[in-house]
Design a protein. Sequence first.
Length: 202
Amino acid sequence: MVNNPYEILGVSRNASNDEIKKAYRQLCKKYHPDSYVDNPLADLAEEKFKEVQAAYEQIMKEREGGGYAYSSSGQTQSSSQETAELQAARNFINNRRFHEALNVLSNIGNRTAMWYYYSAIANMGIGNNLVAVDHAKQAAAMEPNNMEYVNFANQLQFRGQHYQTMGGGYGRQTYGTGNLCCDLWCLDTMCECMGGDLCACM
């Protein structure tokens, strides 16, 4: 729990969500660990980066009544499940570094519903749509009361069925809406659910 999350982001309590998101993105970019490789300030930057993440999440939960990846009913349980490794994977996803997120996830032995949810989003990001659907369904099956997981799984399944029908005539099965703008919007929505932003214009 951060004492004053608004102060950490450098915004007032009256700031709009857009202002908060903008400040969050700027600070993430400023303190991202990749910018401090072989730098004596690397540890301080990483600590500040985590502090910014925690502050943003706390503000969003207070304002929206739930987390970026949780339903309001499962917020406490889901929050306690996020280990340091899962947080690292989420940070990579928020920065659209899906391959790195999958590398982190592959080294986690305890595969919780959150693990499958993050894996689904990361696989979706690199185009592994079949794996994304399977893992989204697994997350929803493991936590059927988490509407974030359930809605995400249903969305991917619907898109998969739609595209299967379209691709069936060509002897192949593919997933997606067939509309690049719609697919981009979907991916942006998923990232925003986790506190990131794929396209600032959306």
